[in-house]
Design a binder for this molecule. Structure first.
Ligand SMILES: Nc1ncnc2c1ncn2[C@@H]1O[C@H](COP(=O)(O)OP(=O)(O)OP(=O)(O)O)[C@@H](O)[C@H]1O
Length: 587
């Protein structure tokens, strides 16, 4: 594995998140130093105890035991505060990173969500941040502890017996380094097993998600054999892994204990020849075990830093991306009158820059007028609305609102003046009341009720036993398409915007809810500049002007009657088609 230095620099940048908590971090470091030093005295004390047994010490056994107890107590206290302070710092710093990352993500432009998969973003917030949480405190602390143990411990060993130290260094580190390399190989294999298991889980996920299709095609056997095939692979790989793991563990045990035996053998010889006293041999052995432990620990730290490099690169990639919203700006700025002018617009989506989706668009909507956009699927109707909301930047032209260029406006102020009632209404998990109040956070109960009444939604809300507090969304009651749309209308009424966009549902509703929705929409459109994306032409006969889009261009415009007067026109044809379809259905 090659060490990635530029990535490591990214990881170092993480430490700026520790700055607000530097005092607590410093306390943690001091506690760490103290607890490391006390640990290092253990072998010395055990040696001293042996000396007492050899009757070569100036202390009594009880005195040494008392010092031991005091040191143990101190060690306990230092460790407690070390864990406490480091955890406080790391929890707070990771919470800061997480919230900052979420804030950054949610205020990113829409195009950001098109180029990043939601699952990937969630995993950055959840697992990548957890990976670096370790590095922020534990890894740094451990690195310090292991290096200190290694340096101080070895110095002590040289001091006790340089001959035995050289002998020891020729045995232990080799075993440990070999174990580290082998360990990495085993871990890599274990990851492979995990990956195959994940593939098996994807099969379960996909087949359960589209269970209706599986059943309709009676493909249960096919799915079963796909799943059992993958599970078979998992078993095979796991058994192979177990063999390597077995070899690894026996090698490690034999190597480690073999090393200890060799050191005892050589040390014993030195004692017999009078070059070393027994108590020093005991301290030596214990200290060597600590050193072996810290060598192994360094391997872990290296792996953890490697992991964190990838994670911090993925996090900074987002943190350092461009912001859409300046958070300092107030949300509810100036209220617009509602005049809109799409002026000489040309546009291609950033993900497909060579496909011009809109061109030569010039649409002027005086304040309070209602217009409809008509055209076949893919003509560019929704794109025009997305540009109005400034979800994307224009390549050419301007959208003027009350004569002011939308691109120069504060984006939150601009959006606070527009409401959209989308085709497919998605409700948030929560009560109906919360869902309506989403249009105006902080709205009073009476305001919500009033909006629901004006949206013709109260009649069905009141029929639920819990009324406004009925839970909707994934775990709540399922509302029909028409009911959801009326909630969205109530939400828009509450927002009370100057400009309104209605994206009509493509699927026809039953005639009763159709009437209720039409009424609600008319109520909503009253005194507002409205843009209706029309799919069913019957509903737009009374708008002030209809624009027919074809391949991104306005090809016809006028009132319903004016457009019908061109028998060869696209609009007239569309009306004819829909009329035929309707009559065909009736026949
Ligand atoms: N996010 C996007 N990235 C790239 N291309 C897109 C994106 N959204 C839409 N398009 C393309 O832009 C063109 C216009 O799409 P748009 O959604 O505006 O059409 P529409 O008239 O609203 O269609 P419909 O009536 O089916 O909703 C289509 O060719 C579509 O493939």
């Amino acid at each position: 594995m090659k060490f990635n230095f530029s990535g490591f620099k990214e990881t170092l940048k993480l430490f700026k998140f520790l700055v607000p908590y530097k005092a607590q971090y410093a306390v943690g470091i001091v506690m760490l130093i103290l607890s490391t030093l006390t640990t290092l005295t253990f072998p010395v004390l055990v040696g001293e105890m042996t000396k007492v047994l050899e009757r070569k010490s100036e202390f009594s056994l009880n005195e040494v035991a008392l010092i031991f107890a005091c040191i143990l107590l101190a060690q306990g206290i230092f460790s407690y505060f070390r864990v406490l302070y480091f955890s406080r710092v790391s929890e707070k710093a990771t919470a800061d990173i997480r919230t900052l990352l979420y804030k950054k993500m949610i205020s990113s432009p829409l195009s950001f969500f098109e180029s990043n998969r939601v699952g990937d973003l969630i995993s950055r917030l959840a697992s990548d941040v957890s990976v670096i949480q370790n590095v922020l405190t534990t890894t740094v602390a451990e690195l310090f502890r292991q290096v200190a143990t290694l340096v101080l411990g070895l110095t002590y060993l040289f001091f006790v017996s340089w001959k035995l130290t050289v002998f020891m260094l020729a045995t232990f580190p080799i075993t440990i380094l070999a174990a580290m390399v082998f360990g990495r190989f085993v871990r890599r294999m274990a990851r492979k097993v995990q990956a195959v298991l994940a593939e098996a889980n994807i099969i379960v996920d996909e087949s359960f998600q589209s269970i209706a299709a599986v059943k309709a095609y009676t493909n249960e056997d096919l799915e079963y054999s796909r799943y059992s095939g993958k599970i078979g692979q998992v078993v095979q790989l796991s058994i192979k892994l177990a063999k390597y793991r077995g070899v690894f563990i026996s090698f490690f045990v034999v190597g480690l204990f073999g090393g200890i035996c060799l050191v005892i053998w050589y040390g014993g010889n030195l004692v017999l020849e009078g070059h070393l006293i027994l108590s020093n041999l005991v301290s030596f052995l214990l200290q060597s075990l600590f050193i072996a432990g810290s060598l192994a620990g360094l391997g872990e730290i290296y792996a953890s830093i490697q992991r964190s490099i990838g994670a911090s690169e993925r996090i900074f990639e987002i943190l350092e991306d461009q912001d859409e919203i300046q958070w300092t700006n107030s949300k509810n700025g100036k209220k617009l009158e509602g005049e809109v002018h799409f002026k000489d617009i040309e546009f291609a989506y950033p993900s497909r820059p060579d496909v011009t989706v809109l061109k030569n668009i010039d649409i002027h909507i005086p304040k309070g007028q209602k217009i409809a956009l008509v055209g076949h699927s893919g003509a560019g109707k929704s794109t025009l609305v997305q540009l109005l909301m400034r979800f994307y930047d224009l390549q050419h032209g301007q959208i003027l609102m009350d004569g002011e260029d939308g691109a120069q406006m504060d984006i939150r102020q601009l959006r606070s003046n527009i409401a959209i009632v989308p085709q497919e209404v998605l409700l948030f998990g929560g009560s109906i009341r919360e869902n309506i109040a989403y249009g105006k956070p902080g709205a009073t109960y009476d305001e919500v009720i009033d909006a629901a009444r004006r949206a013709n939604a109260l009649e069905f809300i009141d029929r639920f036993p819990e009324g406004m507090d009925t839970l909707v969304g994934e775990r709540g009651v399922k509302l029909s398409g028409g009911q959801k749309q009326r909630i969205a209308i109530a939400r828009a009424i509450l927002k009370d915007p100057a400009i309104l966009v209605l994206d009509e549902a493509t699927s026809a509703l039953d005639s009763q809810s159709e009437v209720l929705i039409q009424e609600a929409m008319l109520e909503l459109m009253k005194d507002r500049t409205s843009i209706v994306i029309a799919h069913r032409l019957a509903t737009i006969q009374h708008v002030d002007k209809i624009y027919v889009l074809n391949h991104g261009e306005v090809v016809e415009s006028g009132t319903h009657d004016e457009l019908l007067s061109y028998p060869e026109g696209i609009y007239a044809n569309l009306v004819k088609l829909q009329f035929n379809a309707l009559t065909a259905k009736e026949i």
